[in-house]
Design a protein around this ligand. Structure first.
Ligand SMILES: [Zn+2]
Length: 280
């Protein structure tokens, strides 16, 4: 039996599916936070000139001279990569693979693509925050507020980093400027609801059959990969599928319950969805 069929069978007989993902998946979808390429310069050429930005991640981590510039950067980013996003082939195939199984998604990607691809927001935990929520910059309270409409309005009115000042969102309690959740730095507020949902999911599948599908997470990732591999090691009913070009890492203790696909995410998901459809 080939590995795709074996993986498809494991998924078919699983009680639930845990999807974990990092920037390898985003890159597959055409969003490369590290690239200093033509696409980046086309979108942020003025920011490159003014601030010497080297890539999107540099822009996300930068502190600008005022709220207007900060929001101009984020609004343009959100408009381009979230609001104008249409589900990629990888996301469509992943949905096919999950089918009607119960699932949960843990990701360090914050661009909301899982949600935009039709996955349930209550089944997604974005560990490093999201681009689609904002919070008080102080923060004086720990509520997350939807940011998409604000970002869209700013992006519509923004030109070369400038837009009407009244569009800058302020905290409803203390009046301080709001910041995008993932860009809040030291003030970052964790999504307690998502953390709780993830806890409930892992509790529910303790002692059961769970398949982990890991997409594009670097081999030394300690935020998601290491703890999930440990969880698999502790649960004999768990099975681990990892997809990563040139960076497959499976510890010996879970090797007999693992499959590594050393390849690009999109063609692997296409083949896996096909193997699933061929099972019956
Ligand atoms: Zn506040």
């Amino acid at each position: 039996m080939d590995n795709y069929t074996k993986a498809a069978e494991k998924i078919a007989s699983a009680d639930g599916i845990l999807i974990t993902a990092s920037n390898g998946l985003s890159i597959t979808e055409g969003l490369n936070l590290f690239a200093n390429d033509e696409k980046f310069h086309r979108l942020f050429g003025d920011f490159v000139q003014r601030y010497g930005l080297r890539c999107l991640l540099h822009g996300m981590a930068s502190r600008y001279e005022n709220e207007e510039r900060t929001w101009a950067f984020w609004a343009r980013l959100i408009k381009h990569y979230c609001i104008d996003y249409t589900p990629s082939l990888s996301m469509k195939k992943l949905k096919e693979i999950v089918g009607d199984k119960d699932y949960f998604i843990v990701t360090s990607n914050g661009e909301g693509h899982f949600e935009k691809s039709g996955f349930d927001p209550d089944k997604i935990y974005e560990v490093e925050g999201t681009w689609l929520d904002m919070q008080c910059s102080v923060p004086c309270h720990d509520t997350l507020y939807p940011a998409e409409k604000t970002a869209e309005e700013i992006a519509k009115n923004e030109d070369k980093g400038t837009f009407p000042a009244e569009l800058i969102p302020c905290c409803p309690l203390c009046g301080a400027p709001m910041v995008i959740n993932m860009g809040a730095g030291q003030s970052f507020i964790e999504n307690k609801r998502a953390i709780n949902n993830y806890r409930e999911f892992t509790a529910k599948y303790k002692g059961k059959n769970l398949v982990v599908i890991e997409l594009g997470i670097g081999r030394r990732n300690t935020l998601i990969k290491a703890p999930v591999m440990k969880m698999v090691a502790n649960e004999p009913g768990y099975f681990y599928i990892t997809v990563n070009k040139g960076e497959i890492f499976i510890p010996d203790e879970i090797e007999s319950r693992s499959i590594g696909f050393d390849g690009l995410i999109e063609p692997v998901l296409v083949s896996l969805a096909e193997a699933k459809n061929n099972l019956n």
